[in-house]
Design a protein around this ligand. Structure first.
Ligand SMILES: Nc1nc2c(ncn2[C@@H]2O[C@H](COP(=O)(O)OP(=O)(O)OP(=O)(O)O)[C@@H](O)[C@H]2O)c(=O)[nH]1
Length: 378
């Protein structure tokens, strides 16, 4: 009996002990799990914590500095743009070659050749001279195979374009002064665009440029120039609309000297109502620049699509300022490439630059050989 009571007591004790340990174990399972971490080790906050966390702070982002572009150098530009030149001028070369290759080169054929040249804006006098020269050459040549005819025409066109002109654009600083380029021309010819493209050519050649927005007639012209300048890191000097253009030109050259810039390009207005006003203004701009530095180039911008009208404008500008070179724009938009011959003859100054499109790098130094090759095709 005593044994039975002892056994029951042991069983009761065992059950009580088991119950105690069981309850303890469950309580432990209810303790908060350790916080999870994201892959980066940052604690992931639960909803309550999110509600009490500090609100996100807007960190001010500095405006991105405009990216400075590095345009291609001047060398080889016309070769790169040759396709564009061929597209616009090839028809002229093709018809001249076809006419010159005819079996019978009678008076009628020569007249057609002359007409083709006049239609391409070569000008009446140069067209007649080209025909006379070609007639003599054909007589000397005797037989005419296509290769000979092409070589003969190339020689004649090169002679008319003038291979001996100095077409160097003086953009290099001298002494401790920058080169100064004054850009003149009627509004709409592509003057401001040419200033911007020229800045790219010079920067592409490894030099520094400052642009002077002396076309104070139109605020948009200065804005346009500013956009061109900022793309290549060129400083732009501008003043309020209506300011005396000469004061802008003066300031631009002054800053160019102070900043040891290589080249200062000054854009001018062309929209003046009287020729006298235009003369006075351009003359003053030039004189004021010359108080501090020499003007190395006066570039006249002409729109190739305006033909004889453009030549008339050219004459007016040439009377006002001593033009040292011509920038012929929009040559991609006309088949009348003969204007190069006409304008050089008219003004007695060389075409130094040609515009072949609206793209920022569609301005090239003029090279007669590449030009004639593009006209004649392969
Ligand atoms: N197709 C073609 N368009 C050109 C060329 N050069 C300039 N242009 C365009 O001609 C238009 C007139 O150019 P601007 O530079 O504004 O003319 P602007 O003479 O300076 O006139 P303002 O700015 O009023 O002084 C623009 O749409 C140019 O993109 C070129 O070589 N080919």
């Amino acid at each position: 009996m005593e044994y039975l009571i002892l056994a029951i007591a042991i069983v009761v004790l065992a059950v009580v002990a088991a119950g105690f340990f069981l309850l303890r174990g469950r309580g432990r399972g209810r303790t908060a799990p350790p916080p999870e971490t994201s892959a980066g080790g940052t604690a992931v906050l639960d909803d309550d914590e999110v509600a009490t966390a500090a609100p996100p702070v807007d960190v001010p982002v500095a405006p991105a500095a405009p990216e400075i572009e590095l345009p291609p150098p001047s060398a080889g530009r016309l070769v790169r743009l040759r396709a564009r030149l061929s597209r616009s001028q090839n028809a002229l070369g093709k018809s001249l070659l076809a006419l010159l290759s005819r079996d019978a080169l009678d008076d009628e054929a020569w007249e057609e050749i002359e007409d083709t040249l006049v239609t391409a804006d070569v000008g009446v006098v140069p067209a007649r001279q080209i025909v006379d020269d070609l007639r003599t050459k054909v007589k000397v040549l005797g037989s005419r195979d296509p290769v000979q005819v092409r070589a003969m025409l190339k020689e004649e066109l090169l002679g008319q374009l003038g291979v001996d002109w100095d077409r160097t654009l003086r953009t290099e600083p001298h002494g401790n002064q920058p080169a100064v380029i004054l850009v003149v021309g009627v509004n709409g010819t592509g003057k401001t665009t040419t200033c911007g493209k020229l800045a790219r050519v010079i920067v592409g050649d490894g030099r520094t440029v400052l642009l002077g927005a002396a076309d104070t007639f139109r605020a948009a012209a200065a804005d346009q120039l500013q956009t061109w300048g900022s793309r290549v890191g060129a400083e732009v000097v501008r003043k309020a609309e209506g300011t005396d253009p000469a004061s802008v030109a003066f300031e631009a050259v002054k800053q160019g000297i102070a900043g040891a810039v290589d080249t200062v390009i000054v854009d001018t207005a062309g929209r003046l109502h009287t020729k006298t006003g235009l003369m006075d203004e351009l003359g003053k701009v030039k004189r004021v620049i010359e108080k501090q530095a020499q003007v190395d180039e006066v570039i006249l911008v002409l729109d190739a699509t305006t033909g004889q009208n453009g030549l008339r404008q050219a004459r007016v500008f040439a009377e006002v300022v001593n033009v040292t070179g011509i920038a012929l724009t929009k040559l991609d938009g006309t088949a009348k490439g003969g204007i190069v011959i006409a304008v050089q003859r008219e003004l007695g100054v060389p075409v130094k630059l040609v515009g072949l499109g609206e793209g920022p790098d569609d301005l090239a130094p003029f090279d007669p050989d590449a030009f004639v090759e593009a006209i004649l095709g392969d």
